[in-house]
Design a protein around this ligand. Structure first.
Ligand SMILES: [Zn+2]
Ligand SMILES: [Zn+2]
Length: 246
């Protein structure tokens, strides 16, 4: 491996030795065989060595979208991003998230060329846990009904659900906070804000004009106009501009 990484791995190894001699031996075995896997990256994140994470990603030492050994997570990537949050390693979150966009364009929340040509703006609702756009990876809605057995009626009865319509990320299976099926569906509607889902005809559209000073005329001239949601200030899509004749 390259000398800088060797130094960082050695520094990390010293930290690990203090934490657990057993883990340290396992770590040395892996690094000795030039293996940088999920476990090595877990500790690289825990002890804040972004250089090791970057090296592993740049040199394709592992496939981040393979299943995680930690069964709480669906992929190595989602496990490591959760680890970054736990240990507040923001640099590593950026590394792990940006590599998603390079290797898996479907996770990208930027419109692809094809979409630009068709003048479509993909709605975006990012799962906070795995950073996927649920409109790309899919989502499930659960909890519409809860059934209990009623002794008095001697049959199953439907009871009111305290958490109706929770939306679950199709990639990592985590619940999206403050998100209902109505919100997700409204985001996809032409009249709905593509960020908060509020009906633009109800919350209004903010019209922000930028004026630039023109030295020749010694006055301000209109440079550009931006339209955004009256509720959350997110820019509205091109298709919506057409729809509302803006
Ligand atoms: Zn997710
Ligand atoms: Zn909005």
């Amino acid at each position: 491996m390259n000398p800088n990484i060797d130094n960082d791995l050695e520094a990390l190894s010293k930290k690990l030795y203090l934490e657990s001699p057993d883990l340290w031996i396992e770590f040395l075995d892996k690094v000795g065989e030039k293996v940088i896997d999920e476990m090595v990256l877990f500790f690289a994140i825990k002890y804040n060595f972004p250089s090791i994470v970057k090296f592993a990603i740049d040199n394709k030492k592992l496939i981040l979208d393979n299943p995680s050994k930690n069964t709480t997570y669906t992929s190595i990537r989602s496990h490591l991003i959760a680890t970054c949050k736990q240990y507040n390693c923001l640099e590593c979150i950026a590394l792990l998230s940006s590599s998603t966009k390079d290797s898996l364009p479907i996770h990208s929340d930027k419109p692809t060329n094809e979409n630009l040509e068709n003048n479509i703006s993909i709605p975006t609702l990012i799962c906070e846990n795995c950073k996927s756009n649920i409109f790309n990876v899919g989502y499930r809605v659960i909890g519409e009904s809860i059934y209990k057995f009623s002794n008095s009626e001697n049959k199953l009865i439907e009871v009111k659900n305290p958490n109706p319509q929770e939306v679950i990320c199709g990639n990592c299976n985590k619940v999206l906070p403050n998100t209902t099926r109505d919100k997700v569906e409204n985001i996809c509607k032409i009249q709905g804000c593509n960020s908060c889902g509020m009906d633009l005809t109800k919350v209004g559209i903010l019209d922000t004009s930028k004026l630039e000073f023109d030295e020749n005329n010694n006055s301000f001239i209109l440079k550009s106009t931006q339209y955004s949601c009256g509720n959350c200030n997110n820019s509205i899509g091109e298709k919506q501009k057409d729809y509302f004749n803006l």
